[in-house]
Ligand binder design. Structure first.
Ligand code: GUN
Ligand code: ZN
Length: 435
């Protein structure tokens, strides 16, 4: 049995801090806190002195003062085969996909390539403090195997899926309705529930799936009702016009997914930027999650995610990097760009709310509250240690910081992978042991 006691300033949310500083009941903050971890699970969170006098007696202590210990970041939408797409000079979405992304993803049929990128991918997640992600793999089964093999080896809680796509892409990236279905089922059998791995049914998006393929994706969703579904929705106006051409019978883009039974509380809809009122209410009624991808939406020039509008209609939401449309693996960089997108629309994004979102908020979006995203008894001990003085400029800025909220805002605005001093995966130090 492995037992450790982490000591430091500890912050963990138990609800959404909708009223900023006034929401003190929504989080636990301990100046000299302790987190007792036994066999990868959290068994207690309390003042360090109390734990030390009780269950934490005779246990190894790792002291992270003056840093801040939080649950690991969760990234709700990321493409692992796009590591070598980041920063590709392109115009809007369709050009970016055709010129770079679809070219790059074809390399995942090459022997050895998925393993090489898979290993680099998890190093990068850890370096940036991301301990769980909902990831798209390529169309190739081998890319999913490489992904899970690496995630399982590192004991990281991951959600992933083989992209299903059978049209409007190069031949090397196409499956068929039957092979997409069969391959997904085989991967589910091999990986869903193995260790910390979960499977997501992953039709890429309506433009690259035939009606037969969407039908079979819906069949999978019905056969595995507790499984996540992930896809893209209303990211770009040309994409939306193309969907209208491909599915002339459909009321709108969202209705395509609705028609095939792909919406529901475990469905993650990347982007959700250009939605009609009818679509907003369809998404809200289905309980699906709109995933905000700030750095991607700015880089590809897709548009501004309207969080206030979605929240006013009770649409659930999450936040994510969307590498390789996105430009950073860092959830701190992501929160910062999210702040700017909302600010330019006159919307406030309090740092307590953004840090809630990157942890418990995203865990809720993934229906994994109690498992990850907060320090409750029994939760998996994925933790990050944040250093607000990680760079010379941050150190100078910290001299005038007086409150926790100001510190969070500073880390979100100036932080990146250097801000992540350590990462624990199920209670085991993972960043300091990277090569
Ligand atoms: N829509 C369909 N595929 C993709 C993708 O890989 N990235 C983004 N940003 N949008 C998509
Ligand atoms: Zn995406």
């Amino acid at each position: 049995m492995t037992v450790i006691l982490l000591r430091g300033r500890i912050l963990s949310f138990h609800d959404e801090p909708l009223n900023g500083e006034a929401s003190t009941h929504t989080f636990t903050y301990l100046e000299d806190g302790g987190l007792l971890i036994r066999d990868g699970k959290i068994t207690a969170i309390d003042d360090f002195a109390k734990l030390r006098a009780g269950d934490g007696r005779n246990v190894e202590v790792i002291d992270h003062h003056p840093h801040l210990i939080m649950p690991g970041f969760i990234d709700c939408h990321i493409h692992y085969p796009q590591m070598q797409v980041v920063g590709s000079y392109a115009g809007a979405l369709m050009e970016w996909l055709d010129k770079y992304t679809f070219v790059e993803e074809q390399k995942f049929s090459n022997q050895g390539h998925p393993d090489k990128i898979g290993s680099a991918f998890f190093d990068e997640l850890i370096r940036h403090g991301t301990t769980t992600a909902a990831a798209y793999c390529s169309v190739h089964k081998a890319s999913v195997r490489a992904f899970y093999t690496e995630a399982h080896r590192r004991n990281m809680r991951m959600i992933a899926g083989k992209v299903m796509m059978d049209r409007n892409a190069p031949p090397g990236l196409l499956d068929t309705p039957q092979s997409g279905y069969d391959d997904s089922k085989a991967l589910i059998a091999d990986w869903h529930g193995k260790g910390r791995q979960l499977y997501a049914i992953t039709p890429r998006f309506a433009p690259t799936s035939s009606q037969e393929q969407l039908e079979m994706s819906g069949t999978l969703a019905r056969e595995f009702p507790d499984m996540h579904v992930q896809t893209h929705l209303c990211e770009n106006t040309a994409e939306i016009a193309f969907v209208a051409e491909l599915f002339p019978w459909s009321r709108d883009y969202t209705n395509v997914y609705e028609h095939y039974g792909l919406l529901g509380p475990k469905t993650l809809l990347g982007h959700c930027i250009h939605l009609s009122d009818a679509e907003v209410s369809t998404i809200a009624n289905s309980g699906s999650v709109a995933v905000f991808c700030p750095t991607s939406n700015l880089f590809i020039g897709s548009g501004l995610f309207d969080l206030a509008r979605l929240r006013a209609s009770d649409v659930r939401n999450a936040i994510a990097t969307d590498i390789g449309g996105g430009t950073s693996y860092s959830m701190l960089r992501t929160l910062d760009e999210g702040y700017k997108i909302l600010n330019i629309q006159g919307q406030r994004y309090h740092p307590l709310r953004s840090f809630y979102q990157a942890t418990l908020g995203n865990a809720r979006a993934l229906a994994l509250e109690g498992t990850i995203g907060s320090f409750v008894t029994g939760a998996e001990a994925d933790c990050i240690v944040l250093d607000a003085r990680a760079t010379p400029a941050m150190r100078v800025r910290m001299e005038t910081v007086e409150t926790l909220v100001e510190e969070l805002m500073l880390m979100q605005t100036m932080g990146d992978d250097r801000t992540i001093a350590e990462v624990y995966i199920a209670g085991v130090a993972a960043k300091s042991t990277l090569n």
